[in-house]
Ligand binder design. Structure first.
Ligand code: C5P
Length: 239
């Protein structure tokens, strides 16, 4: 497989065409942003750590029957993925109150929710990725009601696999964001990444944050936290 021209550069990744029309080449970057791009920085080694962490999660999810775009890890900071058309919704699943939920509804951070909840945010930088409900999604023509229910179901399914997997590794899965895409034949599959950039992970005992909140809130030891997450899920030192 050959890397061809760059198609897109996002906040955390670059996407390249390949000689196979059904496969993209992804390069993970060390750049970090938060608060819709207002806070910018670099986390040394983040590209490599997220690529490796996400590759492990997507491989495990595939083994558990959750279809996704991951094809193979190429190097420490590169992977191949199936081409999909990304649905412009961020599907957020929450087990414990934190971040915007704690702020919006007044929950104390760390409050375990009575049951997991799913939220949808419209992926639009200019609007600041607003929270949207079923009616908004319908108005915007993003997805059918049936597809929205399916995304919700898939979000909860991923949670049911990830939560015990992480609990065994002494990590609490607080919340996470997923993205989905449509394949050429119209099937909805899991895409994007699952990493400390897109999830909140807390050490189960000390409640220490092992995710991007360390960058967002200037808590320090950001790279160390990402490294610790890779270690917990069994990442080898070098691929
Ligand atoms: O900020 P908020 O509490 O809504 O974030 C919920 C979850 O979604 C967190 O795990 C966060 O890392 C993730 N997220 C993300 N990308 C965004 C917004 C949130 O990965 N643009």
């Amino acid at each position: 497989m050959e890397k061809q021209e760059q198609l897109y550069e996002g906040k955390a990744k670059r996407v390249y065409r390949t000689s196979n029309p059904d496969v993209y080449w992804i390069e993970y970057k060390d750049d970090a942003t938060a608060f819709n791009g207002e806070k910018k920085g670099t986390i040394t080694g983040k590209g490599e750590l997220n690529n490796r962490i996400s590759s492990i999660f997507f491989t495990m999810l595939k083994e558990k029957g959750i279809e996704n775009h991951f094809v193979e890890q190429l190097s420490n900071h590169e992977q191949l993925v199936r081409v999909v058309e990304i649905i412009p919704l961020e599907v957020v699943v929450r087990n414990v109150a934190a971040g915007s939920l704690a702020k919006r509804l007044g929950f104390e951070e760390g409050t375990v929710l009575a049951h997991p909840i799913v939220e949808f945010y419209y992926k639009d930088d200019a609007l600041g990725d607003p929270l949207v409900n079923d009616a908004h999604i319908k108005l915007l023509g993003i997805a059918s009601e049936e597809d929205v229910r399916y995304l919700e179901e898939l979000g909860l399914k991923v949670n049911e696999v990830l939560r015990p997997y992480l609990a065994e590794r002494k990590v609490m899965l607080i919340d996470f964001k997923l993205e989905f895409g449509r394949t050429r034949d119209g099937k909805i599959i899991l895409a994007d990444e699952i990493s400390p950039d897109t999830c909140r992970f807390w050490d189960a005992e000390t409640k220490e944050k092992l995710d991007k909140d360390r960058f967002r809130r200037d808590l320090g030891n950001v790279e160390e936290a990402y490294q610790e997450m890779l270690r917990r899920i069994g990442g080898k030192e070098h691929v």
